[in-house]
Design a protein around this ligand. Structure first.
Ligand code: AMP
Length: 594
């Protein structure tokens, strides 16, 4: 079905978009020019994300501007000015130094969306340590694995999260020498090896001088999942700030005076690149909501905070659509000027729902953990093709590469061939933008495998139209996208197989009308175990207690005959084909590729 095109007016803009003449800006764009939007550390001492995001606004006399408007889960409200954020993050950096935590060491955060999360991120970067956020809905196992791979030296968390998720795995992460508790700690700190963050911050100096920072110094470590093996730690550098600023300007159309709300949690890359850095780099006010999704609450936040630019996710859009437009109509949403979404395909219905209910279409954009920033977008001034993720950002070169049945890209004399318009292939990007990941921590081989013939392979299947718009087709691998979160099937299978009843496990994503995909596991049992409902519930609980609600399967089916390759690997694609009632296809091919 064709959904037509949403034509953008060239007159009557409330605020003229930052990007009006797309082709002209693409032609003249250089990354060196983009970099001039930032100041650099005083005295030409390099580029530090936290300085650019906070301190330079204070230095320019804008310390009184509100940086963060925080809404607590239970109705509390706080405002943090740029000057306050600058001082507290200075103290955080000073506290790290007082504990002898060195530049380059990893500081993890396992926190709800509370002000200390933002302070920890900025303070870590000021100290030239590497910030690595963990999603608070992870269970102990994903947390332990990520702390282990990242060799986390410091963890900032709360007492409740520590007790529920970290205390039990502490011995498996010996590099973790400092646990800092945001809020109060009710037991004897010495016994548990933890310290109250507030005490450390109170003892730290109010000012911290950022040491010279090379734009190529590591700054952020974001974990992402692959089809097999452990999670991958994508390393980003301070130069990423150039991209966060650039995309904030063109893809999110941020203007001075905007109130911006990114609903993503900083446990995922969108929640740091756009839930922390991009708005602060633009010196505007960002809204942070500690609460979980609730349609009335969300519309209420847009209304009461006068949100002008809103960045959310297709799952959230579908949940809002499900709630019904009368909830939206009960609120004044006229403060909104630009709405965008990311993380999974945005159905054309979602784009049009925005037009009808919010009075604005939703601008889909595409990127991933490895790219560190938005790569392909529907821009404020450009026509929208509902269902398309848009066109490459100025400065970004994107192509579509043909794959063979084994997922390989044909290379002739080191050169790869782009797919003709309309033909499906793998989305590939020309390396060189500043927020591109620099490696997978400790796994150079997996990093190198991402490149072919001078292109970075994204792993996503797409098509490009004659007009240069890109259309998402699907993932090129078995990774699951549920509620916008990437989940590695291997991580889930491994957790299930720790249960004594489980002999083999295969995990796939099955279609879900709201979350896009839901995690479903198929398990075969060891002799002596019966496939009962009790065991199914026990396995669901077992997986949830280890993996956490964000990763655990929602459904488990018993299958004594799981499809395996000769070498003993589960053929997830056969499971998926069976589940969807599709032809299983050529098993000899699957045999090689699974
Ligand atoms: P993550 O690394 O967790 O941010 O997930 C990135 C993946 O999410 C991409 O590789 C895509 O598979 C998917 N994704 C992100 N944005 C979009 C979009 N606009 N349309 C379709 N899929 C998307």
């Amino acid at each position: 079905m064709r959904w037509g095109t949403i034509r953008k007016p060239s007159v009557a803009w409330r605020v003229t978009p930052n990007l009006v003449d797309y082709d002209a800006v693409c032609r003249s764009f250089t990354w060196d020019d983009a970099r001039t939007a930032l100041d650099g550390l005083p005295g030409g001492r390099g580029l530090n994300i936290a300085y650019e995001a906070v301190d330079r606004h204070v230095a320019a006399g804008n310390g009184d501007r509100v940086a963060v408007r925080w809404r607590g889960r239970h109705g509390a409200r706080e405002e943090w000015t740029y000057a306050q954020l600058s001082e507290r993050s200075d103290r955080f950096a000073g506290a790290l130094r007082a504990m002898s935590v060195q530049a380059g060491e990893r500081v993890f955060a396992l926190l709800p969306r509370i002000p200390d999360l933002y302070v920890a991120a900025l303070g870590t970067l000021k100290a030239r340590c590497v910030f690595s956020p963990l999603f608070a809905a992870f269970g102990p196992q994903p947390i332990a694995q990520r702390l282990h791979i990242g060799q986390g030296r410091v963890l900032v968390t709360t007492e409740s999260l520590y007790r529920r998720k970290v205390a039990g795995i502490r011995e498996s992460v010996p590099d973790l020498t400092h646990v800092l508790i945001s809020g109060t700690w009710s037991a004897d700190p010495a016994a548990a090896g933890v310290q109250e963050l507030e005490t450390l911050l109170n003892a730290a100096p109010t000012e911290f001088e950022i040491e010279p920072t090379d734009p190529e110094d590591p700054a952020l470590l974001h974990f992402t999942s692959g089809t097999t093996g452990t999670p991958k730690g994508a390393v980003h550098v301070h130069a990423a700030a150039v991209m966060h600023h650039h995309t904030g300007r063109y893809a999110l159309d941020l203007h001075p005076g905007d109130v911006f709300w990114c609903t993503a949690d900083p446990g995922w890359v969108t929640g740091t690149s756009y839930g922390i850095f991009a708005p602060l780099l633009h010196g505007i006010t960002m809204v942070v909501d500690e609460g979980e999704f609730d349609a009335d609450r969300w519309y209420g936040i847009i209304e009461s905070e006068r949100v002008s630019v809103w960045y959310t996710a297709p799952t959230a859009v579908r949940m809002l659509m499900k709630t019904g437009s009368d909830v939206a109509l009960a609120h004044d949403l006229t403060s909104l000027r630009f709405v965008a979404s990311v993380g999974e395909p945005l159905n054309p219905e979602g784009v049009l729902w925005g037009q009808e209910v919010l009075g604005l279409p939703i601008h889909d954009n595409w990127w991933q953990t490895e790219t560190g920033g938005i790569m392909i977008a529907n821009f404020a001034a450009l026509d929208i093709q509902p269902g398309s993720m848009g066109r490459p950002l100025p400065g970004v070169e994107a192509t579509v590469l043909l794959r063979d049945a084994h997922g390989r890209i044909a290379v002739h004399d080191g050169v790869v061939e782009p797919a003709p318009p309309g033909e499906e292939g793998e989305l590939a990007l020309r390396p060189g933008w500043p927020s591109m990941f620099r490696t997978y921590l400790g796994d150079e081989e997996r990093y190198r495998d991402c490149f072919v013939g001078g292109w970075y392979r994204t792993g996503d299947l797409v098509r490009r139209g004659d007009d240069g718009y890109f259309w998402f087709v699907g993932r090129g691998d078995d990774v699951i996208k549920s509620a916008g979160h990437l989940i590695g099937p291997f991580e889930v299978e491994s957790a299930l197989m720790e249960h004594p009843a489980v002999a083999e496990a295969g995990v796939i994503g099955v279609p879900d009308p709201v979350a896009g995909e839901a995690v479903k596991a198929f398990v075969s049992l060891h002799r002596g175990y019966q496939p009962t409902d009790e065991l199914r519930l026990e396995l669901l609980g077992f997986a949830r207690s280890r993996l956490g609600a964000a990763v655990a399967p929602k459904e488990i089916a018993f299958d004594p005959d799981l499809p395996m390759t000769k070498s003993g690997k589960i053929m997830r694609r056969v499971l998926k084909a069976r589940e969807l009632g599709l032809p299983v296809g050529d098993l000899s091919t699957l045999e090689e590729t699974s």
